[in-house]
Design a protein around this ligand. Structure first.
Ligand code: GAR
Length: 220
């Protein structure tokens, strides 16, 4: 059997994205495995999910460190000790410094609950509603030195509905996150993801999405 890509998952919260990655990694033939789960917050539900699945997990609390770089140095050590090849940010609410970027060049991916480049940063579902956007969605991208600015691997679009609150929109987006994050990991693990500047190419190509979406619809 060919080697599976070793993932290091970083999380801060409930860990529903972690859970779908755990589930995919348990499927026969999925080309990745989780080497370690690290949370920066001792109460993160992600730690409990990892324990339940028998996956090595630990808390590295950012509050125990003098600054972002010292925290990232501890993360790098733990990830390297676990033999991690791809770092997967799954609801990880800390800004990554050059310490991590230099240790894992083009080997850190993030999922963001908006259609980048619209609405980087925090509270983005509320931002999309307040702006009056008709669509939002989610984005998996490589992490670079900016906030949610790296090359885009895959996106899903969801409509913003008139009655939406930040919570209902977040739930609709999360459903799509759970589809696109495992897919991005699969493509990377298969060696099909090539990056040139900002452009990510899938090789051999995955079928493109060629249908336009209109919201509100053109009917009645
Ligand atoms: C997800 O919606 C993810 O996109 C978002 O946090 C949530 C985590 O949910 N990440 C960010 O906002 C990163 N800036 P989860 O813990 O259930 O996977």
């Amino acid at each position: 059997m060919t080697q599976r890509l070793r993932l290091g998952i970083l999380a801060s919260g409930g860990g529903s994205n972690l859970q779908v990655i755990i589930d995919h990694c348990q499927e026969h033939g999925f080309p990745a495995e989780i080497a370690v789960v690290i949370a920066n917050n001792p109460d993160a539900g992600a730690l409990e999910r990892a324990h339940r699945a028998g996956i090595p997990a630990r808390c590295i609390n950012h509050r125990d460190f003098a600054g972002r770089e010292a925290f990232d140095t501890a993360l790098v050590t733990a990830l390297q000790e676990a033999g991690v090849q791809l770092v997967v940010l799954a609801g990880f609410m800390r800004i990554i410094t050059k310490v991590m970027l230099e240790a894992f060049p083009q080997r850190i991916i993030n999922i963001h609950p908006a259609l980048l480049p619209a609405f980087p940063g925090l509270h983005v579902q509320q931002q999309a509603i307040d702006y009056g956007a008709r669509f939002s969605g989610c984005t998996v991208h490589f992490v670079d030195g900016g906030v949610d600015t790296g090359p885009i691997i895959i996106q899903a679009v969801v409509p913003v509905l008139p009655e939406d609150t930040a919570d209902t929109l977040a739930a609709r987006i999360l459903e799509q996150e759970h589809k696109i994050y495992p897919r991005a990991i699969q493509l990377i693990a298969q060696g099909r993801v090539l990056v040139e500047g900002r452009t990510v190419t899938i090789d051999p190509p995955a079928a493109p999405q060629a249908t336009a979406l209109v919201n509100p619809s053109l009917k009645n």
